[in-house]
Design a protein around this ligand. Sequence first.
Ligand SMILES: N[C@@H](CCC(=O)N[C@@H](CS)C(=O)NCC(=O)O)C(=O)O
Length: 198
Amino acid sequence: MKLYFAPRTRATRPRWLLEELEVPYELVKLDLSKQENRTPAHLALHPFGEVPVLVDGDVTLFESPAICLYLADRFPEKRLAPPPASSERGPYLQWLLFAEVTLEPLVLEQYRNAQLPDEHQADLSKQLARLDEVLTVIDTRLDGREFVAGASFTAADLVLASILHLANTMKLLERHSRLVDYVVCQTRRPAIRRAVAG
Ligand SMILES: N[C@@H](CCC(=O)N[C@@H](CS)C(=O)NCC(=O)O)C(=O)O
């Protein structure tokens, strides 16, 4: 398997998953500042020349959540996804997609605004209130639970913790100490340490 990767991007998520799985893979590092992702070869793998891309034999995949779901199912013995027929499968899909589809855009909106010079920043207080509603849903879900779906770490935790980590670095979790604790706990895992190293 080959993972097309650039540091400090969403490609860290499938790399983290591959490290959790402890399966062999080749890491193809692209330097985005040198536009190495804009070559015809990479554009043949991803329509917009983005990372991550996973190539697994005849299968070429983009979209980090799709790659995470695929990899977690590809190695069922590693138990990073509840089996399709189990009662935990639905909640697992729900929380992974809630993180990706509902939470992430709200966090990224705040992140992109914060990157702008002060005079160009929009007033996003309404969006911040919506983000807080979404965070409250996750906070409530994690009350009394170590993991968001099931009794052990899954790809849903990986995706959720990746997004909450960004929110935490932006101090968006200040009203949610449980979520801060969750992020700290998930990002202490040895696999994520390996995924961000070098
Ligand atoms: N929804 C996609 C987003 C992929 C994406 O936006 N990748 C960014 C890095 S986080 C990228 O490759 N940017 C380089 C570029 O567009 O030139 C995913 O989750 O994989």
